[in-house]
Ligand binder design. Structure first.
Ligand code: GTP
Ligand code: MG
Length: 194
């Protein structure tokens, strides 16, 4: 993918603010601090288009970015941040449930997990949740630069097993630091754009 244009569009608090021009979109889901915003910046070759959080749990709305005037990336608030109140968690859950259940232009979900650790209970729940709504999922195992090459395949295997991925399900090792996996990730996304 040659990225010729990438712009912030809106931080949407609900469906009334989602774009309604029919363009396809990809949502970025994953634990707080896993690297969703960094993933978007790296994919778009933009250092600061999406704000990288120093403190986790900062992305509270659906942040829309338009790419090449033809599709969107949607940065979704991360889950699993302990310091979020119960009330906030419930509001988050309701917003995302509606979004994943009803958003017709959502082409696929990019689900980020951390290559360093086995997927958490919440990672597994998110994967099952997306499967329940029959959403195509591209699983990205990020922070690959933190694991030596010699151990990456073992970690990849644990992620595939824990999330019950089949060999057909895309699972891509990625690093926002080095750009590893970027071309493969674009190929997986482009699959849904034609
Ligand atoms: P929330 O918006 O809070 O849900 O977090 P997020 O998932 O958007 O994570 P973000 O991109 O803000 O990254 C969190 C931290 O992880 C930052 O300090 C990043 O620099 C770091 N990080 C993200 N991706 C990578 C990666 O591939 N490798 C390394 N080494 N660090 C990364
Ligand atoms: Mg973020």
């Amino acid at each position: 993918m040659k990225v010729t244009q990438a712009d912030y569009v809106i931080s949407a608090v609900g469906p009334a603010q989602y774009p309604n021009n029919g363009l396809p979109e990809f949502a970025l889901a994953g634990r707080s601090n896993v690297g969703k915003s960094s993933f978007i910046n790296k994919m778009l070759n933009r250092r600061n288009l999406v704000r990288i959080s120093e403190k986790p749990g900062k992305t509270q709305k659906l942040n829309y970015f338009i790419i090449n005037d033809s599709f969107y990336f949607v940065d979704v608030p991360g889950y699993g941040y302990a310091k979020v109140s119960k009330k906030e968690k419930e509001a988050w859950g309701r917003m995302l449930e509606t979004y994943f259940a009803e958003r017709t232009v959502l082409s696929a979900v990019v689900h980020l997990v951390d290559l360093r650790h086995p997927p958490s209970k919440e990672d597994v729940q998110m994967h099952e949740f997306l499967a329940f709504y029959k959403r195509p999922v591209i699983t990205i195992a990020t922070k690959a630069d933190k694991i030596p090459k010699s151990r990456q395949q073992k970690h990849k295997q644990i992620i595939a097993q824990t999330l019950s991925l089949t060999p057909e399900d895309p699972l891509i090792l990625f690093s926002s630091q080095t750009g590893a996996g970027k071309e493969e990730a674009w190929r997986a996304l482009e699959h849904y754009l034609h």
